[in-house]
Design a protein around this ligand. Sequence first.
Ligand SMILES: Cc1cc2nc3c(=O)[nH]c(=O)nc-3n(C[C@H](O)[C@H](O)[C@H](O)COP(=O)(O)OP(=O)(O)OC[C@H]3O[C@@H](n4cnc5c(N)ncnc54)[C@H](O)[C@@H]3O)c2cc1C
Length: 460
Amino acid sequence: MAEEVDLFVIGAGSGGVRAARISSGYGARVMIAEEYRVGGTCVIRGCVPKKLLVYASRFAEDFEDAAGFGWTVPEPKFDWATLIANKDREIARLEAAYKANLERAKVQIVKSRAVIVDPHTVKLTATGETVRARNILIATGGWPSLGKDIEGHEHVISSNEAFDLKELPKRILIQGGGYIAVEFAGVFNGLGSEVTLVYRGENILRGFDDDVRNHLRAEMEKRGIRILTKKIVEGIEKVNGGLCVELSDHEDIMVDKVMFATGRRPNVKGLGLEAAGVKLGETGAIAVNEYSQTNVPHIYAVGDVTDRVALTPVAIREGHAFADTVFGKKPTPVDHTNVPTAVFSEPECGVIGLTEAQACDRLAKVDIYKTTFRPMKATLSGRDTRTFMKLVVDGMTDRVVGAHLVGPDAGEMIQLIGIAVKMKATKADFDATMAVHPTASEELVTMREKSATHIRQAAE
Ligand SMILES: Cc1cc2nc3c(=O)[nH]c(=O)nc-3n(C[C@H](O)[C@H](O)[C@H](O)COP(=O)(O)OP(=O)(O)OC[C@H]3O[C@@H](n4cnc5c(N)ncnc54)[C@H](O)[C@@H]3O)c2cc1C
């Protein structure tokens, strides 16, 4: 007879691991299946290795900047193989820690792909065994989408492969304008590659505040990244000495690697959703309610596979809320508003809440406070760089409804601004907060002059 569990979790990534541990803590008998490596995208080939590469890439500027502070630095040399080996060691350590945490929580881990064969049965493809489950949680994440097949598509890598390249490419072309594209552009640029970013839209970071998009683009260009917008890659040909990339305007670019960061799709293929009767939404993601419940009452889905906000902390929160709801008898919806987020580009971006354009669409009166300034460190280093900060304020209530930063440590700053925004802080609350001097973030509490006020016609 097939084994029986209270909860079968498909996918041991950010959302699945949290849901499994907390559910088990509530006394549920839990099994979790992982087809690749425990930890999922974030730990194995996402946030964590990405941030390690970002750290590595930033030393290039640090060595240069040191001269202005009196240091003589011998010509620095970089070794890609050392970085990747060290990164792999850290990822293996984290994977082991994730497994140990699951085992300590008495969750049974199975190393296999799992597919749903009927609404209460999951099959482990590694052994052919089936497991009966009272509840099923789908936490299979997302997968890079490389768009339509073009000539030479077999030469294209995604972020998955970028983490394990045998050597650092001398020249790389990255197609895409989202956060993964701009982050990798910064990484390869910092490590010494010649980087071309190609994006079909008007500007990078679609969906972000326009000032952030323009400011980051200018900063990336100052660092030598070539950004080509309103163009796409039409074809790739392997030629002696590299890859020849043909763009839609017929320009040919010679590079050593081509990476596409053209979005991620919910990982639902071959999962057996039809067998279970689970419905997808319009975007191809699993449709769920605010409790992450699908149209089949005992089947739930969390994380990127539901395409709500595709970020690790959100997947974790959804996984935890699922466990509280189903096994903790505490129905817990997840609030997806005002999620602070960072882009680990060079320089970094930190954003929360409404962009200026969104605020103008939704609010009767919008006040904008913004500033750009030279970071203090750049005064002695001589680096040509500027920090940008903007607060978007509801002109009727004085509430800060958006904050948008580009500059060093913007990711760290936005985490804390996030608390204030979530607490519905007003601009007056920001102003009443004493500055910390000398910092960049003191600008956030000392912006006195409005840069603009927008009043919606109908509201006048
Ligand atoms: C390059 C990159 C950088 C990122 N950087 C950040 C960042 O800085 N900050 C941030 O918050 N987010 C970042 N993200 C996003 C973040 O990684 C995801 O939002 C997060 O991992 C989603 O968690 P999840 O649980 O939904 O899925 P995942 O973590 O993707 O886990 C899904 C797991 O399910 C497994 N699986 C899939 N199908 C099956 C099956 N049928 N059977 C068994 N196992 C299966 C997969 O192997 C995978 O391990 C990044 C993503 C990428 C790709």
